[in-house]
Ligand binder design. Structure first.
Ligand code: SF4
Length: 341
């Protein structure tokens, strides 16, 4: 039986965000704006990073998006330097898609439990044991794992791509997120063999605590990212990627939402829907041992000072070896070329 690659809580870093006063924040924001201009750079930020960094990305002509749109935006933008505020696999994807560009990150320590939980050598052996299966990997993987795959998908297109493969009678080997894989399997009926990884943030959402919360807010809509456990997904009014959750928050008629994804997304949801109320979905509650309750410790490592330093010093450059990049770009291109509705 395949091993469980879910990270132990003790392996998840504890990150303490530096508290800055308004003056320090404004000074850093001004410096970053100037550096972006001087360096002819563009800032591409994920929905889960700090709200100040999201605002800076938008103010300076960059973007705030899910990982699929970040990849597209970085590839298509003319700036010779991309600064990716997110986690490491996002920087690697940007570099693979735009090898001629310099890709910097505020920190190289920002990893992802799904990426860590899919070691390339072990994954390669798993693939070798199942040569009849089409290998579909989630974007939250290293460049080496992408290079071993037939398709890369994100949570916004994974379901449609698997549907397409299943319609062609392809049997799938899926990695690394077992919850997202299980959700797609249930929705599509595809023959999927699942790697047993998990996101440490979404796995902490608990269905029993969610049921209690629903009793307190019976009128609330429930928005859930499919990296969450199946019992939490089953309670949702909308299951989707970060951009799909953001859209549902505006489209659905509810005035209050309980949201099971990283709280970084609340910044955009509140900006877009100031009249609505967004509540964090519950984790295990009092006494929980999670180090990642509703906020990814690696995403939290993207701070204003680190962003300024990377731009000023040209530090934390992402490099991907040529052979890996040439192989990994093929499944990435397949995803980006897959028709969107
Ligand atoms: S929220 Fe989960 S999937 Fe996203 S970067 Fe953090 S650990 Fe990875």
């Amino acid at each position: 039986m395949l091993a469980d690659y879910t990270l132990e809580s003790s392996s998840v870093p504890v990150h303490t965000t530096t508290v800055l006063d308004d003056e320090e924040k404004e000074a850093l924001r001004t410096e970053i704006r100037l550096l972006i201009e001087r360096q002819n750079a563009v800032l591409v930020a994920h929905y889960y990073v700090d709200g100040d960094i999201q605002d800076l990305a938008e103010e300076t002509g960059g973007c705030v998006a899910d990982s699929l749109e970040m990849a597209r935006f970085g590839r298509d933008h003319s700036a010779p330097t991309l600064v990716v505020a997110g986690v490491r696999f996002m920087g690697e994807t940007a570099k693979i898609l735009a090898p001629q560009k310099r890709v910097l990150m505020p920190t190289l320590a920002a990893e992802c439990s799904l990426d860590i939980g899919c070691p390339p050598d072990e994954f390669e052996a798993f693939i070798a044991d199942h040569p009849d299966r089409t290998v579909v990997v989630y974007a939250n993987t290293s460049a080496r794992v992408k290079a071993l795959s037939d398709w890369v998908v994100t949570s916004s297109v994974g379901l449609r791509i698997v549907e397409h493969l299943a319609a062609n009678d392809e049997k799938i080997l899926w990695a690394p997120d077992q919850h997202l894989g299980g959700y797609i399997q249930a929705e599509t009926g595809a023959d999927m063999l699942l790697w047993r990884g998990a996101c440490v943030v979404h796995e902490e959402f608990k269905a029993s605590a969610m049921a209690d919360m629903r009793r307190v807010y019976p009128e609330a809509g429930i928005l859930v990212h499919p990296e969450s456990p199946a019992a939490v997904v089953a309670m949702a009014d909308c299951v989707g990627s970060t951009s799909q959750i953001l859209k549902a928050a505006g489209d659905l008629p509810h005035e209050t939402f309980i949201v099971a994804t990283d709280r970084g997304l609340f910044h955009k949801m509140r900006q877009a829907n100031p009249q609505k109320r967004f509540i964090e979905a519950p984790t295990a509650g009092d006494g929980a041992t999670c180090r990642s309750c509703a906020h990814c410790p690696w995403m939290a490592m993207n701070e204003l000072r680190e962003l300024r330093d990377a731009l000023r010093d040209g530090s934390n450059e992402i490099l991907v070896d040529l052979e890996t990049a040439e192989r990994a770009i093929l499944p990435l291109r397949r995803m980006l070329d897959f028709p969107t509705p």
